[in-house]
Design a binder for this molecule. Structure first.
Ligand code: S3P
Length: 439
């Protein structure tokens, strides 16, 4: 099927059904990377087969690991206990997590690697990761603008550092810890508030000891260098950041009830669910269980009359990717939803504050934009706009969901980019009864 150049969502009848969330993107990147750093065979099931993850699979193969697709979501990584010299450029596509974690992992080995990405990734800041890695001893050359891809890194001979983050970022923390595995001494990262801890959990599953010391706020994480990783099976739970889209549609389309099975419920990822509940969402969790070292459950959303809330800024780390879809649901809430302390949103796949503000305004929703946040005043959104996504998958999906409940259709450009994190999004939504089409 040719990929359409736009997609349009129209107000639908009630959405109903039970679906499965695609595999978690953060855990999928980590499973491939740790599998490649380890010794032995890592069998992964439930791997997200989105474009971001396929780029990381190609990257770890270029770094010398064996990578085989055994079936849908079932992948085998054969690690040789470290990365080897790659032959060509490591193209990370659209994936910020991919490139930053790969740089951290590769920094520990005596190899030279050139990293690059697509037009969006080339606009995103990289010094936040290369600066601490350089402090550990990695060397960087920037053929163009410093801080922006492409960059060539030479690794090996690292010394541990004690790094204090100003803004909580799991990508930076993870890059430093992965480098720290092959550094001399004990590497320490202190976060102002806890960020997603998938790297720490998975390092333990691969046999490494990781210390976590709670601080007045946030955590101090320690890792001794020189610990070998041993291959272990990884079962990837469903991605709460992707589950958010069908659940959001159920909350705002009258008469709807949608369940998403197998959603990861790691408390460092569920800030959106907490916020929706504060807004009055009918959101329930059944069948709580543990899968792949993470708590998962089946989440059901029913159409709800939402009320605007002030989202506590210290919740940002646990829902940083979810503000676009929160804003889309806030457009149907009564009153104001205030989102602050989220300046990081401006350096994601796009400037997400600016694009959500522009898209929502085009759909007739009142938005006040601030340097580090925005406020959405709800009321039924009119829709009737074509939204520029700048190739950002979450901006596209958020506006399509909004279009399902708006008075007039909503069209998004560059819908092919949705496949970076949620391949099959349109089919899954159509299966629930959504009217999303290419004209
Ligand atoms: C991620 C961390 C977050 C998030 C990204 C995935 C990760 O980025 O936005 O989509 O897997 O570690 P930051 O660490 O930059 O906040």
């Amino acid at each position: 099927m040719p990929i359409p150049s736009t997609l349009t969502a129209r107000s639908a009848a009630a959405l109903t059904g039970v679906v499965r969330a695609p595999g978690d993107k953060s855990i999928s990147h980590r499973a491939l990377i740790l599998g490649a750093m380890a010794t032995g065979v890592t069998d992964i099931d439930g791997l997200l087969e989105g474009d971001d993850i396929l780029a990381t699979a190609r990257a770890v193969e270029a770094f010398g690991a064996g990578v085989e697709r055994l079936g849908e979501g079932r992948w085998r990584v054969t690690g040789h206990g470290g990365f080897r010299q790659p032959a060509g450029v490591i193209d990370c596509g659209n994936a910020g997590t991919g490139v930053r974690l790969l740089m951290g992992a590769a920094a520990g080995y005596p190899i030279t690697a050139a990293f690059d990405g697509d037009a969006s990734l080339r606009k995103r800041p990289m010094k936040r990761v290369t600066w601490p890695l350089a402090d550990m001893g990695a060397r960087f050359e920037w053929p163009g603008e410093e801080d922006r891809l492409p960059v060539t890194m030479s690794g090996g001979g690292l010394q541990a550092i004690d790094y204090r983050q100003i803004v909580a970022s799991a990508q930076i923390k993870s890059a430093i810890l992965l480098a720290g595995l092959n550094a001399d001494g004990v590497t320490t990262v202190t976060e102002p508030v806890p960020s997603r801890d998938h790297t720490e959990r998975m390092l333990r599953a691969f046999g490494a000891e990781v210390g976590v010391l709670p601080q007045a706020s946030g955590w101090r994480i320690t890792l001794r260098g020189g610990q070998p990783l041993t291959a272990t099976p990884v079962s990837v739970p469903g991605d709460p950041s992707s589950a958010a889209f069908p659940l959001a549609a159920a909350l705002i389309v009258p008469g709807s009830q949608v369940s998403v099975e197998g959603v990861m419920l790691n408390p460092l990822r569920t800030g959106l669910f907490e916020t929706w509940r504060e807004m009055g969402a009918d959101l329930t969790v059944a069948n709580r269980r543990t899968a792949g070292g993470e708590e998962v459950g089946d989440v059901t959303a029913r159409h709800s009359q939402l009320t605007g809330v002030v989202v506590p800024p210290d919740r940002a780390a646990s829902m940083i990717d979810e503000y676009p879809i929160l804003a889309a649901t806030a457009a149907f809430a009564e009153g104001r939803t205030v989102m602050r302390g989220i300046g990081e949103m401006r350096v994601k796949e796009s400037d997400r504050i600016a694009l959500m503000a522009a898209g929502l305004r085009a759909c007739g929703v009142a938005v006040e934009e601030e340097p580090e946040g925005f406020t959405v005043t709800g009321g039924p959104a009119r829709g009737g706009a074509t939204v520029t996504t700048h190739g950002d998958h979450r901006i596209a999906m958020s506006h399509l969901v909004l279009g399902l409940a708006a008075a007039e259709p909503v069209t998004v450009d560059e819908p092919a980019m949705i496949a970076t994190s949620f391949p099959g999004f349109v089919e899954l939504m159509r299966g629930l009864g959504a009217d999303i089409a290419s004209a």
